[in-house]
Design a protein around this ligand. Structure first.
Ligand SMILES: C[S@@+](CC[C@H](N)C(=O)[O-])C[C@H]1O[C@@H](n2cnc3c(N)ncnc32)[C@H](O)[C@@H]1O
Length: 324
């Protein structure tokens, strides 16, 4: 019994600490803790009473988020200090909000119908799930990560550097990926297509804020039926959210939308390693498959693409294929 309560206690504590960290990030509380600060000053700057500020700091210190040599003064710990650099706070806030929505969905796994569908979530919950699977395009962190990802795949980099490039993303969500890429490639123009019109409203507002609105259009509709008079050089397919029943039609449309020689680019879950199951991948797979989305590996995705007529180009964490 001791072992059981220890194990469940650890899970329960992690859930509470994640919630406290989520609040500390979303409220901006942590932005005051880049350099050491006293409890009284922190209370003045946040408008929270000094007693609660002290209690919060003690709990965040116990969670490893803060460091202190004096019970009245705190700063971010070495592990958490990078949160305040390059927009990492936005990335991790999105991740923790996503987890808060997923927590409810995992609880619903044990009903015959399974968890609420992505399309049935409230706008805010859907946006939280979408943001957790997206880049935060206003951040240096997102730009660096995408620049590095493109550099690792020469065929992708060469295609993007080929001059005026037209791209479409099927299932663009909040458009984090496209909006980041548009900032990195000034000669890129793009269209984002998604079923969720509420997400596209947010994507349009972000495009304005980032100064790329003149080069991107967001279209509400089904990726299986989207048409455009001009062919595209590149199709991005956010295949993680596409249920089994829509995949063959989506790929047939991606093929039609591309010019001959054009590239299809799709992310994929890492292949399972030998040994114990990776718990994060197991949780992700559970949710995807409950939504009828097959959690495909690189090899399985490549087979799907080959059946749709694409030729393989690259088989890493991002799969690339070419329309012959
Ligand atoms: C969350 S996202 C992708 C994130 C995106 N790559 C980014 O960087 O923000 C996946 C999207 O695919 C969309 N989707 C799934 N099936 C679709 C379909 N048949 N047509 C259009 N969009 C679809 C979902 O609505 C969902 O918003």
């Amino acid at each position: 019994m001791d072992e059981t309560s220890k194990a469940i206690g650890a899970l329960a504590l992690a859930a509470q600490q994640a919630a406290l960290l989520r609040g500390a990030l979303t409220s901006g509380f942590l932005t005051h803790l880049g350099a050491e600060i006293g409890v009284v000053d922190l209370a003045r700057q946040t408008g929270i009473g000094p007693g609660r500020v002290r209690d919060i700091c003690v709990a965040l210190r116990a969670a490893g988020v803060l460091d202190s040599d004096n019970p009245d003064r705190y700063r971010l710990s070495v592990t958490y200090a990078p949160l305040l650099r390059d927009g990492a706070d936005i990335l991790f806030t999105n991740q923790l909000r996503n987890v808060a929505v997923r927590a409810r969905l995992y609880e619903q796994m044990f009903t015959p119908d399974g968890p609420d569908r992505y399309g049935d979530l409230s706008d805010d919950d859907r946006a939280a799930i979408a943001a957790g699977s997206s880049a935060a395009p206003s951040t240096e962190l997102a730009r660096r990560a995408l620049r590095d990802a493109v550099e690792r795949i020469p065929a992708w980099g060469e295609a993007l550097a080929a001059g005026d490039v037209r791209a479409v993303e099927l299932g663009c969500g909040l458009g984090g990926h496209l909006l980041t890429l548009l900032q990195l490639h000034p000669r890129l123009t793009a269209v984002g297509v998604d079923l969720a019109a509420d997400l596209l409203d947010r994507a349009r507002a972000d495009a304005e804020g980032l100064g790329v609105a003149g080069r991107v259009r967001f279209v509400a509709g089904d990726a299986t039926a989207f048409t455009d008079p001009e062919p595209f050089d590149m199709v991005f397919w956010s295949q993680f959210f596409f249920p089994a029943a829509s995949r063959v039609k989506t790929l047939a449309n991606a093929f039609r939308l591309l010019r001959p020689g054009g590239l299809l680019v799709a992310p994929v879950l890492p292949a399972p390693a030998a040994g114990p199951v990776n718990p994060q991948i197991a949780m992700q797979t559970l949710l995807l498959q409950a939504w009828d989305v097959p959690a495909v590996t690189t090899g399985e995705l490549s087979t799907e693409l080959a059946s749709a007529g694409f030729e393989p180009v690259e088989h890493g964490a991002t799969v690339l294929a070419r329309r012959p």
